[in-house]
Design a protein around this ligand. Sequence first.
Ligand code: FUB
Length: 385
Amino acid sequence: MSTLGQLAVEFVQHDLAEQRRKRATLRHPKRYLEEGYELPWAFRLIMLNAPLMKLPRHSLWLLLGSSLVSSVALGENPLVTNIFTADPSGRVFDGRLYVYASHDLPDATYWDMVDWRLLSTADLVKWKDHGSIFRVQDFAWATRWAWAPDCVRANGKYYLFLPADRTKIGVAVGDKPEGPFKDAIGKPLIDGTSTTKAGPEPIDPAVLQDDDGQAYLYFGCRQPKVVKLRPSLTELDGELHTVSFLNAQGKPVPLAAPGNDPVLPEGYGEAPFVFKRAGKYYFVYSDGWAPTATQVYAIGDHPMGPFTYAGKVMEHAASVTQHGSVVQFKGKWYVLYHTSELSNGNSFRRSVCIDELTFDANGRINTVTPTPKGPAPAAAGQGSK
Ligand code: FUB
């Protein structure tokens, strides 16, 4: 059986066992304590699953207490614990860090997400939950799978790039970072059902806005794609290209065939995110779904590539999927990612986390180790970006 096949079997087995265990747990609050969760985490999980429980009247006080615990931002990982969030894209608008995220369902047994969420902060301590900012049903042409989002500002507006149906990418536009957003063009911007050039799985859109104003859209699972965007950000400017990666020895890294895992450690899995620092383009991506998979990066001199593998952005985060972004905020750099720790290892119920990221003197990323504590608060006086 292929590695992917084994992974699928393991997934299903793990999930069935997990579902049985969770079904028993969900209906009995005290099981959370028996399972060894610390009190605040048990409160948060009880709150998350409250609709599924039959609770005696006095437990309303318990819920009230737990909701207070859930809504108070503790400045630690994960960012929020009252909902599951994933695939974070961090963007800074007017001195505030916005995190656009997928929204895993509390009882998910697949990545069956239906809407996207937004969190924001001014200090990395207090996180505001802006709620649901767009639903897959808001695209008339999409039906399911509200996966990894991105959002950029241009033309005085905010453009949300959103994948759906595992085959299409749409764009929604709004006047504020939190929307309201509406479908900008009434059809997919990328449609893998009508062109093979979009690759086997056109998901995970991410936009780079270069210093000269040119915007590039990256996307794709197993095959990384890039296309220029016109200034409207709602039209493609030219052909779709496959991004090429070189290994540390300068040799081309083969792409993963559909259904196969990428070549570790340089091979491309999914979750592209490109940022620019000191004139270099850093292409961050997931190197797959292996137990050692993580966010890695490659460096290039041009946004279209090629990019040369440069190492790990961070150590493996506790999740089958590795997906995140790198953002500069108030003078420091941060990596956003997700883990499945809050759901006790269920990779369909993930939680967004953040940690500080630093570079060495040669511009290499010092590999980040995920922490439960998260970064220090961002000081008011720290840089303006
Ligand atoms: O959230 C659904 C999918 O899982 C994303 O599109 C992938 O990048 C992985 O994180």
